[in-house]
Every structure is written in structure tokens, then in C-alpha cells.
Ligand binder design. Structure first.
Ligand code: ZN
Length: 177
């Protein structure tokens, strides 16, 4: 477990929660679209379509949250950023860690890690906010991310562990003579 899970996120009100939620869901949707492209480039259409589906689900979340912003008549949200992490953490890899030879199971593992992280993120907010409405909404968002974790886990079990030499390319894109 990384240190960030020990950090208390204390969001005082709905606008703050919605700003964080939009940042998180946008990032998730974009990363899934990236993973879909990556898998498609490898003719892995099964997993590509699965990631497209996830991207769409997270995009629906963004739309849903934007509706809430309107409903609460919030004029401006604070600017917030959120980045996916690889299971190994940001110290050893870049923030996205999308390797072009990644197999479906590894891609799904990355997705599951980030779904769990999103779930924990909202749960943490729910646990620490003083505001009842913010807590309810954070719990709702956390439960939805928990569903995503379950979904990704089911898919992951269908794919074998990667070979030991998964990152060795037998047919590299560029071979000097
Ligand atoms: Zn999700």
C-alpha cells in the first residue's frame, strides 16, 4: 500500500467533491481510451473493446457529475488534477505505465489497481468529511468504483499470467542492419 492512502482527504463541501470527482473520472476515461488504442495496435480486439466500454462508463460518470454541478447551481469548480498510477508506484515507472507489449492481464491489473484506488479515494472522503450530503455522495461514488473493481477482476481471471519474457519483442518495430 502506498503512503497516499494514509493521507486524510477532508473535503468540506459538494463543489470540492465534484471537482475532485470530475478530475478522477476524466483521467480514468482517458486512460481507458489509451489502453484501448494500445490493445488495438496489438490486434487484441477483445481487450480493446473491453477498455472502450470502461472508458464509456467513466465518461458517463463525468456527464452525471456535470449534471450535479448544474443542479447544485455551482458556477465555478476549483481546479483539481488526478493521475492514474501503476501498481509499482510512481517512483519506478511513469504515471501511465502503458507498455506496448503489455498483455491483457497486465492491462487489466493496471485498471483494477486504479479502480481500487478510486474506490478508496472516495471512501476516504466519505470517512472524513463533516458534511452529510458530501458524505452520501462520496459513498455513492465509492460504491460505483467498487463495482468497477469487481467487473475488472472477473475479466482479469480469464487471462493467463504473462510469460517471463513478456517485454522481449521478437519482431521489434525498428531493426538496424
Ligand atoms: Zn471506475
Amino acid at each position: 500500500m502506498s503512503n497516499e492512502q494514509n493521507i486524510q482527504i477532508n473535503l468540506a463541501n459538494i463543489p470540492q467533491l465534484l471537482a475532485h470527482a470530475i478530475a478522477l473520472e476524466n483521467e480514468a476515461s482517458e486512460r481507458y481510451a489509451d489502453l484501448a488504442d494500445l490493445m488495438e495496435a496489438h490486434n487484441n480486439y477483445d481487450v480493446a473493446s473491453l477498455f472502450k466500454k470502461m472508458s464509456g462508463i467513466e465518461q458517463l460518470h463525468v456527464n452525471h457529475i456535470q449534471e450535479m454541478v448544474k443542479r447544485h447551481r455551482i458556477k465555478a469548480l476549483p481546479t483539481v488534477t488526478y493521475h492514474w498510477l501503476s501498481p509499482e508506484g510512481p517512483e519506478t515507472t511513469d504515471t501511465t505505465d502503458l507498455h506496448y507489449l503489455m498483455n491483457p492481464r497486465q492491462a487489466l491489473k493496471l485498471a483494477m489497481y486504479n479502480e481500487q484506488r478510486a474506490c478508496d479515494y472516495y471512501a476516504n472522503i466519505a470517512a472524513h468529511t463533516q458534511d452529510e450530503e458530501t458524505r452520501r455522495l462520496a459513498q455513492e461514488l465509492s460504491a460505483e468504483e467498487a463495482e468497477h473493481v469487481g467487473m475488472v477482476r472477473v475479466w482479469m481471471d480469464k487471462y493467463p499470467e504473462p510469460e517471463a519474457d513478456w517485454d522481449q519483442d521478437d519482431d521489434p518495430p525498428f531493426q538496424p542492419d
